[in-house]
Design a binder for this molecule. Sequence first.
Ligand SMILES: [Zn+2]
Length: 388
Amino acid sequence: MTVEQILAKLVSFPVLGGESNLTIIHWIRDYLNDFGVTSHLLYNEERTKASLHCCIGPDVDGGVILSGHTDVVPVEGQEWTTDPFVLTDKGDGLLYGRGSCDMKGFVACCLAAVPKMQKAALKKPIYFAFSYDEEVGCVAAPELAESLKTYYKGVPKYAIIGEPSLMEPIVGQKGIYILETYVGGSEGHSSRIKQEVSAIHEAARLVMWLESYMDQLIADGRLDQRFHPPHSSIHIGLIQGGIAPNVIANKAHFYWDLRTIPMDSIDAIIKAFEDHCRQREIELRKIYPEFTIKTVENHPIVPHLDTDATLDVVDLITRICGKTKLNTVAYAAEAGHFANAGFQSVICGPGSIAQAHRANEFIAKEELQKGLVMLDNLILELSNNNFN
Ligand SMILES: [Zn+2]
């Protein structure tokens, strides 16, 4: 099968983040099987979803992981001019379909390269690592990365995460954390605002506290010019509470996200916020003893990526992708999880993130070819006795 035929097949599985991906993962497993490549599936508890990994080449230390995800984002409410789950070639050099760019294009390149990988005399192995639920918070990546460390005799050294980057090497990505904060106050007539504790008023103060905290980080010069914006951001995107203008609200909650540059720690920011909340509880319980503030995570932390330019993986990726300028991205990806598991990690893949998650998503045929060229170059590198 050509890379385009494989991509068409992958796009035809409408697997959204959060849903069962067994159709697509079983198809990939069978495809690999046809080439005699045995893969290993890591199921979730309900056995409705699975990640897949496999090893091509000798089972020795020092190989390269090629990582991709099998899920896509929804198409609902978007104005598609073609069927999003039918890869469509309109003759303009672009292939349209949900996931064509993010990121089944890269997965298709990996699968199309299997025969070449097998024919080559690889001295170090290539691993595939295909996950589920990436689009709902990179849920499966930590387990997948851990499994790759222990499942084989050899331990991989590098990970290339093929998210769309127009084939540019990406060495940095912000950490992301999504939270929900619930404030529990007391209710009463609005005239009693000084005798009761309004959950809305306190939630509003917490929102302002978070904004001030972000501003303080900026004022302290905690900036990393590789990112846009160059500072950690804290943003409250949804706030709810209350029933009427003359009723003091006993409940309010808000949803917020944190996007941190590598020098800032998500844990430290959360701890500062929690310490502040505990202070507010002590204060406001003098008026209403049951006053509470509770913050829970909406999605697990997506750790940042901060790959040092002096690491071997940077050398490797610039040799094989044809571009030398190192870049950073603001989107979430599994790269930080692979880095945390101990693999030198970079993001580099075909297609542009500008086309991802929107109507009429496409990947340029030329980008797919560039993806294949990168894999050809990787195979050459790994066939060299001196590859380290
Ligand atoms: Zn993606």
